[in-house]
Design a protein around this ligand. Structure first.
Ligand code: SF4
Length: 438
């Protein structure tokens, strides 16, 4: 493995297909060389969210290097993740991998008695050598339960792209949730990690709306997993939760379709979908949300001058792209050229895609060279892309926005609508400020 921060996968480029209804152009399906993170990177925000969990990657030095680069300064704060490195003697069969893993886990748990949930994370190397981490988790669970839970999921680059690592983790976490009785009181599960500050804001709004049996997944503590059953409804806070949604549905929960809570419009639609599902009186909904909506609209006004009329191009990264594009086009007046996403889950994105202008190019997957060509042709004012593409584009005179910040920054909800616009306005303002007139 020689791609610590991005993968390069070579295969054919598929022809465009999938013609949606209406006047929209067909969605471009791209396969080829792509520049994206693997799912291990989601551990960076997951370990901060779940405060008593430890993520033990079973991988190679490449995986450890990736985590070290992605975590930046966090690496010096004794974070709750590490890599159990598969050595040559493991690969050559000189050592029993399961015994080695058991010994590493025993040492780790002895050193970190605060760990309540140990999460074994599969990588490309562990998958290629067919190391069965689910079986290892079961065995370790027998040994360390009830004080510690051990679970396993895959964050490998073969199976997951960036935020899909969270999807895989949440799907596994949902399996761990207790079962709710068939006659249990109706409950709401908000799936998808949100910054604590955003979670607290939404909790207060749900409370004011009279929806009080609400849990956020992942929970902050592993022993507070919500019970799930036929009276559970779930709302997605993030667009990349395909497997987790399937698992929630398998456990009997019902999905509440909604826009994602980005911007004033998205947040209102998201809260409204939950309110309608829980029979909240429309007048109460209007009264509770009015101050937040007003604050969000006001905050956005100050960005109109910088963003309005500017054209933006999205490279695929996190699956947040369609919702971000909807926000930027409808609330900030930006023009959309291409909106790329690693995957487009049509069911979860139906409402988002309906609100995008018909002339926008939607692309799924990536063939990076071709996409760069299309980007040059579109000649946008702002390019949203990964760190590997940003500086080369800047050197060619384009303004860029690093897509990774959109995952690490609190951007959901009314109070963050202005901050979200700011993330896109900043590179444009900086470029204008640095322009030298000749
Ligand atoms: S999981 Fe795979 S893609 Fe990710 S760092 Fe490890 S080897 Fe590279």
């Amino acid at each position: 493995m020689s791609r610590p921060a991005s993968q390069t996968i070579l295969s054919n480029t598929a022809a465009p297909c999938d013609a949606p209804a209406g006047g929209r152009q067909p969605i471009l399906h791209q396969r080829g060389q792509h520049e994206v993170f693997c799912g291990l990177t989601s551990i960076i925000w997951l370990h901060r969210k779940m405060q008593d969990a430890f993520f033990l990657i079973v991988g190679s030095r490449t995986c450890a290097h990736l985590m070290q680069s992605a975590a930046g300064v966090m690496i010096f704060a004794e974070p709750r993740f590490a890599t159990a490195i598969i050595e040559e003697r493991d690969l050559s069969g000189m050592a029993d991998l399961h015994d080695e893993l058991d010994a590493v886990v025993a040492r780790l748990l002895k050193r970190r008695p605060d760990i309540r949930m140990l999460v074994l994370v599969g990588s490309c190397p562990s998958e290629v050598i067919k190391l069965d981490l689910s079986r290892a988790a079961e065995r370790l669970n027998r040994e360390h339960a009830p004080d510690r839970r051990v679970i396993a999921y895959s964050g490998s680059g073969i199976e997951t792209t960036f935020t899909q690592g969270e999807d895989s983790f949440l799907a596994t976490l949902v399996e761990e949730c207790p079962a709710a009785e068939a006659d249990a009181a109706p409950s709401l599960v908000v799936a998808g990690s949100l910054a604590d500050v955003v979670e607290d804001q939404f909790s207060r709004i749900f409370q004011a709306l009279g929806i009080d049996n609400v849990a956020f997944l992942p929970t902050r503590r592993s022993d507070r997993l919500p019970a799930i059953g036929p009276n559970t409804r779930f709302l997605l806070a993030q667009p990349f939760l395909n497997e987790a949604s399937k698992m929630l549905e398998r456990r009997g929960a019902t999905h509440i379709p909604a826009l994602f809570p980005l911007g004033e419009e998205g947040t209102t639609a998201w809260l409204k979908a939950a309110s309608d599902a829980f029979g909240v009186d429309p007048a109460r909904f209007a009264a509770v949300t009015a101050p937040g909506r007003e604050r969000a609209r006001k905050a956005l006004e100050s960005y109109a001058e910088t963003l309005s009329g500017k054209r933006i191009f999205f490279f695929p990264d996190s699956q947040l792209e369609p919702a971000l594009a909807r926000f930027l086009s409808r609330e900030a007046g930006m023009g959309l050229t291409e909106v790329g996403s690693p995957y487009l889950h049509r069911r979860h994105l139906a409402a988002e895609l309906d609100l995008l202008p018909e002339d926008v190019v939607l692309s799924e997957g990536q063939d990076v060279e071709r996409q760069i060509d299309r980007c040059h042709e579109a000649d946008p004012d702002l390019i949203v892309c990964g760190l590997g593409l940003a500086n080369p584009f800047e050197a060619k005179g384009y303004a860029t926005k690093w897509s990774i910040e959109l995952v690490f920054t609190p951007i959901q909800g009314y109070e963050q609508a202005g901050d979200l616009a700011e993330l896109f306005a900043r590179p444009l303002r900086r470029r204008a400020a640095l322009k030298v007139e000749v």
